[in-house]
Design a binder for this molecule. Structure first.
Ligand SMILES: Nc1ncnc2c1ncn2[C@@H]1O[C@H](COP(=O)(O)OP(=O)(O)OP(=O)(O)O)[C@@H](O)[C@H]1O
Length: 227
């Protein structure tokens, strides 16, 4: 479902004499449906960079980044948007808050985007918000003023609203209390059970041991250790 072949990535620092910093070479990985692969490696090794390359936020310098039938490395922007709408979800630690949109609609939006009827989308959103302990009195408010932990849970609810065949999870359990953390791990297990291919970064060791089938150390893709 997610297949990277020989991917390299470097950054050009335009404000620093166009210095080119290679951060990744020869990155290859393959994630099958119902599998969760954890990215590990020291801080700065390139875990977030690899996730952004898969999501299409960073353009790979070479190699292929297949998600479903789309090569993210060469796809047109509209194909990437289509891929993100139907196939590839991304749950980051932070909610990009849309001003004045009610929490229930923020969570239902990915479902509406794939054509789910409004009532069904709202029902699913309500059930996720309840599962993640967001009090019902907050559902009609914009999450702009919510606490950090509440915003993170709204973001998780939104990320799990549509059943994406491929999911990227960037620290989905960071700074959650034990009960909400357990709920998120259940959501991840549920996504795996229905066939999602998942790539995740989890600093929380207990969480990653619980949901990951295997690990990839991205330090192996650092240009210094590449062959
Ligand atoms: N937009 C960018 N411009 C320049 N360099 C960048 C950019 N994004 C990442 N880097 C560099 O790429 C390297 C890998 O960073 P990345 O954030 O992927 O590491 P990480 O493994 O996710 O680290 P952490 O565990 O600390 O979050 C770092 O040296 C970083 O400075």
């Amino acid at each position: 479902m997610i297949e990277l072949n020989n991917v390299s990535k470097s950054f050009t620092l335009h404000n620093q004499g166009s210095a080119v910093i290679p951060v990744m070479e020869g990155a290859s990985l393959s994630v099958k449906p119902s599998e969760c692969v954890g990215l590990i490696g020291a801080s700065g090794a390139g875990k977030s960079t690899l996730m952004r390359v898969i999501y299409g936020n960073y353009l790979a310098a070479s190699g292929s980044v297949m998600v479903g039938g789309t090569d993210v490395a060469t796809a047109e922007p509209r194909e990437i948007l289509e891929l993100r709408r139907h196939t590839l979800g991304y749950v980051s630690q932070f909610l990009r808050v849309v001003p004045r949109v009610a929490t229930l609609d923020v969570v239902a939006e990915p479902l509406l985007a794939v054509g789910t009827p409004v009532n069904a989308a709202r029902d699913k959103a309500a059930s996720l918000l309840a599962q993640l302990n967001i009090p019902e009195r907050l559902w009609s408010l914009s999450p702009t003023t919510f606490s950090g932990g509440e915003q993170q849970r709204v973001n998780i609810a939104r990320g799990f609203a549509h059943d994406y065949p491929a999911l990227l999870l960037d620290e989905p359990t960071a700074s959650l209390d034990a009960q909400n953390r357990a709920t998120v791990l259940e959501l991840i297990a549920g996504a795996k059970a229905r066939g999602a291919a998942i790539v995740g970064i989890f600093h929380d060791e207990t969480a990653r041991e619980q949901v990951c089938d295997r690990f990839i150390n991205v330090s192996a893709f650092s240009p210094r250790s590449a062959a």
